[in-house]
Design a protein around this ligand. Structure first.
Ligand code: NAG
Ligand code: NAG
Ligand code: NAG
Ligand code: NAG
Ligand code: NAG
Ligand code: NAG
Ligand code: NAG
Ligand code: NAG
Ligand code: NAG
Ligand code: NAG
Ligand code: NAG
Ligand code: NAG
Length: 575
């Protein structure tokens, strides 16, 4: 995870980068292929399954090699789902630590766009995390305590997922993959055509095929025949979650009534953590959160605040431009140009003044802007030969996020598309259980905006939801947050948590996940709620936290971001 922002410095560095590249091309003339020691070897002893649907799954058991899940008797599998010659999606499946054969299946996806689900696996809710000395440690609060967990790297090009492969290097300024004619073969990386998949809706179709391919092979893989399915996601997952779930749900209905072939699933819950669901609803909350949050922090002065507010509401400003985008069909180049313009207007002028003048963390307002948490040692961990072999990959781990994917999405304006809140409405009207949860220290997808979305969702129980009160969210006698719930829909504000909630509040997050999956009331977890269950309490989430002075930055968390050096691109990931 890294944060970066355009500046004059960035521009100079970019120019400097071109010079460096030319130098490297010259210096390379005495390069000999024998020195290409850094290239990962072909993994050994890879197993192959052909599913009844004729999809190939290549896999290994990384736990057996001491990688990640080492709990005795608990199986894990990683490798590729090969849909065709140009589509190889990396998966990592962890059996539930308890009763895997009865446990449901949960797909976890990080956002970005272009961010890898390994972030969630290693930094948040997976069976292990990685320490500074690059050893993996078992996480007692892994969500695999209650569910089988599937992590996918998507779309292609993210993490170890690839269309094709080539040896080359990472551009030190942008992080983009370059072929060996630039700086020699320093590693092997994925090659994709990023513009071939550049919207959330296209990603949903691709992910459905991958999921179907995987589920088809799962009985042969671990003997798991469960058809109970959940999707949990984060950040840009505020787009992915509602759109993917809705698309999956519709395809499932077509399978159920025989219109199309496939494996039918039972769609249980959708979880979205610190999600960007609707920029139209959430954008106005950036300046409010920067100035008037529950930590008593004023991240910038009135001049900057007034600027951001003016940019939000002015004629032809952020909100107007999002409306223009919404009235297009979002298909023609001219439509997409309008949406991209809206995205840039909002992100540069409403969201970004905080990055220029706040000095505080993008993902945690309590921290400095060069936030050392959560540490991302896992990026270096995944670049070791024994780990690559154990996972069944012959690629280097480029970074936790793919710039090409990010920019391809930016060029369609997918960020400000209006349809994700509509997807949520559809799901809630079909009685799918939806849990929104927001760490209350996150700026980029702050809980003010999340709460506003929860109240805006125009579904059959909108009024009842809005009048349900905020109840304390209590785990083992400790209050970790405040929750509003009516029947299947809940909004939880988690105290003292940044963007990646389970990193900051592991115990409370696991218990939230368990209660939602089991259909228990979120506040106390002591009853199976009915369709008319309503939480009770105050109309507003009023809890406040003590002021946190701006600390000086501490350590750099890994060489993870060194691929992108001192970070000079304009990408601000919602991962
Ligand atoms: C690529 O992975 C290999 C291990 O297979 C490692 O030795 C090499 O340093 C990695 N290259 C980069 C650029 O990280
Ligand atoms: C399965 O797919 C392979 C190509 O991946 C193809 O050669 C083969 O004919 C297919 N088999 C069936 C039964 O469709
Ligand atoms: C790993 O997880 C453990 C247990 O949750 C936690 O105490 C530790 O701080 C984590 N370490 C890192 C590097 O994230
Ligand atoms: C690595 O770090 C962990 C936790 O900090 C520690 O328990 C372990 O002994 C260390 N391993 C080595 C080889 O230094
Ligand atoms: C390497 O990339 C450059 C620029 O993208 C391209 O012109 C060149 O043909 C590529 N070389 C190879 C060997 O693919
Ligand atoms: C990439 O995909 C786009 C959209 O499908 C297509 O128009 C373009 O030709 C492709 N580019 C390459 C280099 O294959
Ligand atoms: C199957 O279900 C879909 C989605 O609900 C519906 O649009 C379609 O008409 C149904 N087809 C049949 C043959 O029932
Ligand atoms: C801060 O928020 C509170 C509660 O939402 C509101 O009453 C107050 O007017 C706000 N203050 C400013 C300066 O916007
Ligand atoms: C507010 O902050 C901006 C950015 O640091 C600065 O340029 C401006 O002078 C400040 N305005 C006031 C009134 O202090
Ligand atoms: C949407 O597309 C239809 C059919 O191409 C067209 O008639 C209509 O004018 C378009 N609407 C907008 C707002 O562009
Ligand atoms: C309290 O919540 C209601 C909706 O439940 C909202 O309309 C109102 O603006 C909130 N008040 C404050 C001060 O945030
Ligand atoms: C990053 O900054 C440090 C210190 O400011 C500097 O030594 C280093 O060369 C920079 N790295 C890059 C890739 O610009």
């Amino acid at each position: 995870m890294y944060f970066s922002f355009v500046s004059l410095l960035a521009f100079l560095a970019f120019v400097e980068g071109l010079k460096n590249t030319q130098r490297n091309v010259q210096a390379r003339s005495n390069y000999s292929p024998k020195r290409a020691r850094g290239l990962p070897a072909e993994p050994t002893d890879v197993q192959t399954i052909t599913t009844p649907q004729n999809i190939t799954i290549r896999y290994k058991n990384p736990g057996a090699a001491g990688v990640c899940e080492t709990t005795p008797g608990v199986n894990s599998y990683s490798g590729y789902i090969d849909l065709d010659a140009n589509s190889h999606t990396f998966f990592w499946f962890f059996e539930a630590r308890n009763n895997p054969h009865e446990a449901p299946i949960t797909l976890w996806l990080n956002g970005g766009p272009g961010s890898d689900s390994m972030i969630g696996l290693f930094e948040e809710l997976g069976p292990c995390n990685v320490t500074a000395n690059l050893t993996s440690e078992v996480n007692p609060y892994s969500w695999s305590e209650v569910s089988n967990m599937l992590f996918l790297s998507q779309p292609l090009g993210v993490g170890f997922s690839y269309g094709g492969e080539e040896s080359g290097s990472l551009n030190p300024y942008t992080g983009a993959v370059e072929n060996a004619s630039f700086a020699g073969p320093q590693g092997r990386y994925p090659v994709i055509n990023a513009t071939a998949l550049d919207t959330t809706d296209l990603a949903a179709v691709a992910a459905w095929h991958v999921l179907q391919g995987f589920i088809g092979g799962l009985p042969q893989l671990g003997g798991i025949a469960s058809r109970e399915f959940n999707l949990w996601t984060e950040s840009y997952g505020g787009h992915y979650g509602p759109a993917f779930f809705n698309y999956f749900y519709e395809q499932n209905q077509l399978i159920a009534n025989g219109t199309t072939e496939g494996i039918q699933l039972n769609f249980n819950t959708l979880g979205v953590g610190n999600g960007i669901i609707s920029e139209q609803v959430q954008a106005p909350h950036y300046p409010e959160f920067a100035m008037n949050n529950t930590y008593g922090i004023k991240a910038y002065n009135d001049t900057v605040y007034n600027y951001a507010k003016f940019a939000t509401y002015m004629v032809n400003g952020c909100l107007d431009q999002i409306s223009f985008c919404s009235t297009t069909n979002r298909t023609q180049l001219s439509d997409l140009a309008i949406c991209t313009e809206a995205e840039n207007m909002c992100r540069d002028n409403v969201e970004s003044p905080y990055y220029s003048y706040g000095g505080r963390g993008t993902y945690d307002i309590r921290h400095p802007s060069d936030d050392p948490t959560p540490p991302s040692y896992f990026v270096d961990y995944l670049n070791q030969a024994y780990v690559q072999d154990a996972l069944g990959v012959d690629l280097n781990y480029s970074a936790d996020a793919n710039d090409d994917v990010y920019y391809a999405f930016q060029q369609t304006g997918d960020f400000v598309f209006p349809n994700f809140i509509e997807d949520l409405e559809m799901l809630l009207n079909n009685s799918v259980r939806v849990a929104l949860y927001y760490g209350d220290a996150d700026y980029i997808c702050n809980w003010f905006g999340g709460e506003a979305v929860s109240l805006e969702v125009n579904y059959i129980h909108k009024e009842e939801f809005a009048t349900a009160g905020y109840a304390p969210y209590v785990v083992d006698g400790t209050e970790y947050g405040e929750v509003r719930q009516f029947g299947n829909f809940s909004f939880l504000r988690v105290y003292e948590a940044g963007h990646e909630v389970p990193f900051y509040q592991p115990e409370a997050s696991l218990e939230m996940f368990r209660r939602v999956l089991l259909g228990l009331d979120l506040a106390d977890g002591d009853l199976r709620f009915g369709a008319n269950y309503s939480s009770s309490g105050l109309a507003n989430a009023t809890h406040t936290e003590p002021f946190v002075p701006l600390p000086s930055s501490t350590v750099v968390s890994s060489s993870a971001s060194s691929a992108t050096g001192n970070v000079t691109t304009a990408a601000v990931y919602l991962d």
